[in-house]
Design a protein around this ligand. Structure first.
Ligand code: NOJ
Length: 654
């Protein structure tokens, strides 16, 4: 419904309800200012929250506003994911766009568009082209999220040297005086669980949040080195500001708003080359000190090692092989020397053309590696040539890395999650699409659902992963990720380390838990991160699960969970009748009783990989029980998870 108002509204209150009527969002114009508030089941989720901007060289955009036009609409479509946790996603919302104009001055125009879904609210600012207002320098975005100050937030700090790679902590919202990253998952005093995030982040600084002068959570858009948050030309739409809302933490894990808020892929780009996969790597051997990235006696990326690993991939049924340290630039302190990284020339002991040829003969995908250390000018200067070179060799997957604490560009140091960082990552994704390349981005910009539009972005890191084992990861971390980081999309957690007891990097995990991750931590590229001998010689029985588990799913059914305590999810393999269940617990043991009613009628063989009765992550990590039994949808599975443990189940339809 479209209303061009005869006389503009100077005061107005507009309510939009979710299709199921449970969530309502009220947008109000009072005294020239616009605010919004959200309720669920008539209980407050967000109190009156302000909207607006401070601009450089222009008056703030937040006062003296009137509404000149109101447009209401509804939308309901089910769209298909090329790969992911499920095949179909329903995108169903009621929308209102309020067209605003300043009453005085330059009478600048902008629109706030709200979409109310059954599981949350999203809104964005839209700036149409207009004669006296052609560009914007955002000095500050003043969007508030007025959450109850007694609510508890699961936060990681922003603007830190290790980017998003921090342990989550549960803090009262009232204590968030320093900026934190999104998704920011919050448990409200009324029992709801919400997560504040953003969708479709393009050409803008990413949202971090902190309390403002009114002690209300407000966007603190990541600044550029000159202090400004973004430079944009009109027309321009900001990313969507998203508030996911659920009755429970486990319900939140099903939220797919960020994808639905991104457009479908462009029809002029053929993404049929995109294929998720499992891969091994010349990788963990470097973390445990067997091999090195740098050249020398223990260089990992040699022709000999690569050939051995390609053979192992073939035998183990693993599609891809990552090789790190293959190029010039790793000798000495590579974190300091990143400006010299060379993405076009292999080291002399690594015969790339022949290795690529051999991999191709065996049907193994060689995965390239580009560690930029954040020196993005150096990378961008080589980018197109490098991608051309890789495709000429038949390499279609690249893992990129930005391990520096800041990005270095134009003589400035910029945050990875600033507008400049966002633009850089986007450039790599678009160029990769042009060359038929799929990406796994480490030290990435957080996920905002752009994989819907760019499905060649198969996964990213963007949180502490297993490389932090050996001291910096507690078992609770993997029980927090599904409710926080993973709301922003898949993660390359580098699962499947079987050498859990290695003193050089001892994991706080049981062996069975390593299998659980393939289900609990979704990723479009799933690593079997250990060395092949651990799969072939040490535990081939446990490896069977890694061989069997798919990387794309038909359906996902979150079963049980509490943030930081435990998490269990079931997923049906894409285009197959079999199901997979994964469960993880924190440092405490946990017994779960799972109803199998999500299965279809008929019999299934449950292949169960669980912690042995005496297992624990401290001193009995390798105790695992592998057993199978017949089940139907009327059965329950009772499974005990050891402290720091977990389980994986494959349900094979008979
Ligand atoms: C950090 C990445 O997360 C890791 O996977 C990679 O091996 C190193 N950087 C070196 O690029």
């Amino acid at each position: 419904m479209f209303k061009l108002l005869k006389r503009p509204f100077l005061e107005h209150s507009h309510e939009v309800k979710s299709p199921d009527g449970r969530i309502s969002c009220k947008i109000e114009l009072k005294f020239g200012k616009v605010t919004y508030s959200i309720k669920k089941d008539n209980k407050v989720v967000l109190r009156d929250s302000r909207l607006g901007f401070k601009l450089k060289g222009a008056e703030p955009l937040m006062d003296g506003l009137m509404i000149v036009r109101v447009q209401e609409s509804s939308f309901d479509e089910t769209w298909e994911r090329q790969w992911g946790e499920e095949k179909y996603v329903r995108n169903n919302y009621n929308e209102v766009a309020l067209y605003l104009s300043e009453m005085g001055g330059d009478k600048r125009l902008f629109t706030v568009r709200f979409r109310v879904f059954d599981d949350g609210v999203a809104f964005r600012y839209e700036f149409p082209p207009q004669p006296s207002f052609t560009s914007l320098v955002i000095a500050d975005e003043l969007t508030e999220f007025n959450v109850d100050s007694n609510a508890k937030a699961w936060k990681i700090p922003a603007y830190q040297p290790d980017r998003y790679e921090y342990n989550y902590e549960r803090w009262p919202v009232d204590a968030l005086v320093q900026s934190v990253h999104t998704p920011l998952t919050i448990e409200t005093p009324l029992g709801d669980v919400i997560s504040i995030h953003e969708a479709a982040l393009y050409n803008y600084g990413s949202v971090t949040l902190k309390l403002n002068e009114r002690r209300v959570l407000q966007t603190d858009i990541t600044p550029l080195s000159d202090g400004m948050r973004a430079y944009v030309d009109l027309p321009f739409n900001t990313p969507w500001r998203v508030v996911m809302i659920a009755d429970s933490a486990i319900g939140l894990t099903q939220n797919r708003m960020i994808y639905s808020l991104n457009p479908a892929p462009r029809t002029d780009i053929d993404f049929s080359f995109v294929e998720p996969l499992k891969f091994m790597g010349i990788w963990w051997a470097m973390f445990v000190g067997e091999w090195t990235w740098a050249r020398g006696d223990r260089h990992g990326a040699t022709t000999e090692h690569a050939t051995e690993y390609i053979d192992a991939c073939k035998r183990l049924g693993i599609k891809g092989l990552l090789v790190e340290g293959w190029n010039n630039g790793w000798d000495g302190d590579w974190l300091q020397n990143g400006s010299d990284s060379d993405f076009l020339h292999p080291t002399e002991d690594y015969d790339l053309p022949n290795i690529a040829h051999y991999a191709k003969q065996l049907g193994v995908e060689l995965i390239g590696h580009n560690e930029t250390v954040g020196f993005i000018d150096n990378y961008e200067a080589q980018l197109e040539k490098a991608y051309q070179y890789y495709t000429s060799l038949g390499i279609h997957y690249i893992k990129t890395g930005y391990a520096g604490s800041m990005m270095v560009t134009g003589g400035n140091r910029e945050f990875h999650h600033s507008q400049i960082g966002v633009r850089h990552y986007q450039k790599t994704v678009e160029l990769a699409a042009k060359y038929g390349i799929m990406l796994d981005i480490h030290e990435p910009i957080k996920g905002t659902g752009i994989e819907r539009t760019w499905p060649n972005l198969l996964t990213r890191e963007g949180a502490r992963g297993q490389e932090y084992e050996g001291g910096a990861l507690s078992p609770s971390h993997a029980c927090i990720l599904p409710f926080t980081r993973l709301l922003a999309g898949g993660m390359d957690y580098t699962s499947g380390i079987f050498d859990v007891t290695n003193e050089a990097k001892k994991l706080r995990s049981t062996l069975a838990r390593q299998l659980a991750y393939y289900v609990t931590i979704y990723s479009g590229m799933q690593m079997a991160a250990d060395r092949p001998r651990f799969y072939e010689e040490v535990r081939p029985d446990a490896y069977k699960f890694i061989r069997d588990v798919p990387v794309s799913f038909e359906k996902s059914v979150p079963l049980l969970g509490e943030i930081g305590v435990y998490y269990v999810v079931a997923r049906q393999g894409r285009d197959e009748a079999n199901w997979y269940i994964g469960g993880v617990t924190n440092e405490e043991a946990h017994k779960v009783r799972l109803s199998l009613e999500f299965l279809e009628d008929g019999e299934y063989i449950a292949e169960i990989y669980r912690d042995g009765d005496d297992a624990n992550y401290r001193n009995n990590q390798l105790s695992i029980a592998i057993e199978s039994r017949k089940v139907t949808r009327n059965d329950f599975l009772e499974i005990w998870m050891a402290p720091g443990g977990g389980f994986a189940v494959r349900l094979v339809k008979q």
